[in-house]
Design a protein around this ligand. Structure first.
Ligand code: PMP
Length: 385
């Protein structure tokens, strides 16, 4: 790891250099630092203290399928879903905790791929798909499962279909495109929260993945959760995590529980907490950023963006536009066939469409960075011709 030379010029806690108008702006990763400002204002509501003797055991709840799930975290997960209405948590759903939803994604592949099958299970997702899906599926070259590409061109009836909605990278609202007796879907609902999209229905799929990385912005806490209907699948997913990391950090679970609790309290406790309502804050920020971006793209004249869609949000009780966590930006200039390198030439780092199984004229741009970086990005973008 390079040792930072100018500690004073570092932004707090991230090790990233502070930005200046000449800086390279890195919007390649979806690092949710936009939310820091909100959490700077919540004071002790989201703080925890852990005495030296606590969280020492491997175990949390030995009677539960997920024996390393901190009950307080499980409780706050269910409470938040009931408040927001974005996912069913009653009717026998199991809550599983993972080191980010990334670990739960791997656990789901393991749980859904029968051992001793004649060929590895095919793992598919409609393009453009989240670039980690192929990378994470294939990095250990498992004999159990294998990346098989774009779901819309897949032939066969045994598969795991990854359905990301709203979709990373393009923000589209998605449903499974395949259906068969022996095919299964895993729903990645990392962005199904009111700051990004209208909550139009209570999702009740067999396996649903969520993460604090995108809901509250606490990516560094590395906590995700799965809502799983079937007990046997829940057991196999738990087994994967047992073999992989013998459970999930209790310290992180306690912190995540406190953070989720602060989010719910701000809506459910009486009065005086309006300023600490995360989804209201997040929606305001995203609306503002998307309007800045659309203006910048229009001023430049060489970029296009997905059309804005909207729906009635059962949580906000009003019609709300989608404000995706990423912009799926297309460069329309005839002589530019690689938008990522064109933008890199202007010191804007993005992720190429090619990494999502799509056209390199597209790039994915994070909408969740800090204000200073975002402001420089839109200013620079609007000046490109
Ligand atoms: N799913 C999607 C669609 C994501 O965009 C991300 C984060 N970029 C993840 C999962 C992983 O989240 P986590 O930090 O919880 O591992």
């Amino acid at each position: 790891e390079p040792v930072p030379k100018l500690a004073a010029a570092m932004a707090p806690s991230t090790g990233k250099p502070a930005v200046t108008p000449e800086s390279v702006i890195n919007l390649d990763h979806g690092d949710p630092t936009m939310f820091e400002e909100f959490w700077q204002g919540t004071g002790s509501a989201a703080e925890i203290v852990i005495p030296g003797w606590q969280t020492m055991s491997y175990f949390s709840d030995v009677g539960n399928v997920c024996w390393f799930l901190e009950p307080g975290f499980g409780h706050e997960v269910r409470r938040l879903h009931r408040l927001v209405g974005n996912a069913a948590v009653d009717d026998g759903y199991h809550v599983l905790v993972g080191t980010g939803s990334t670990q739960l994604f791997m656990a789901a592949l393991y749980a859904l791929s029968p051992p001793g099958a004649p060929a590895p299970m095919s793992v598919v997702s409609t393009a453009p798909y989240y670039s980690s899906y192929p990378a994470v599926t294939d990095f250990l070259q498992s004999g159990l499962f294998r990346w098989a590409g774009d779901a819309s061109s897949f032939k066969g009836d045994t598969y795991i279909e990854l359905v990301c909605s709203p979709n990373n990278p393009d923000g589209a609202i998605r449903e499974a495109v395949l259906s068969s007796e022996s095919g299964v879907a895993v729903h990645d609902l990392a962005y199904y929260w009111p700051q990004y999209t209208a909550i139009t229905r209570r999702a009740d799929h067999d396996i649903m993945l969520f993460t604090v990385s995108k809901s509250t912005g606490h990516a560094g806490t590395r906590i995700g959760w799965a809502l799983v209907k079937d007990r046997e699948v829940a057991k196999r997913m738990t087994k994967f995590i047992e073999l992989n990391t013998i459970g999930v950090s209790k310290d992180s679970q306690l912190r995540a529980a406190k953070v989720l609790r602060a989010v719910s309290d701000a809506y459910e406790l009486p009065k005086g907490r309006e300023a600490h309502r995360l989804f209201d804050y997040g929606r305001r920020k995203m609306v503002e950023r998307w309007s800045m971006l659309r203006e910048a793209a229009a001023a430049s004249g060489i970029f296009s963006l997905p059309e804005e869609t909207s729906g009635y949000c059962n949580f906000a009780k009003e019609t709300a536009a989608t404000n995706p966590a990423f912009a799926w930006l297309r460069c329309d200039r005839e002589d530019v066939d690689d938008c990522a390198s064109f933008l890199r030439g202007h010191k804007i780092l993005t992720r190429s469409g090619s990494q999502f199984g799509a056209d390199p004229r597209y790039v994915r741009v994070s909408m969740l960075d800090r204000d200073d970086a975002y402001d420089i990005f839109v200013k620079r973008l609007s000046s490109l011709r």
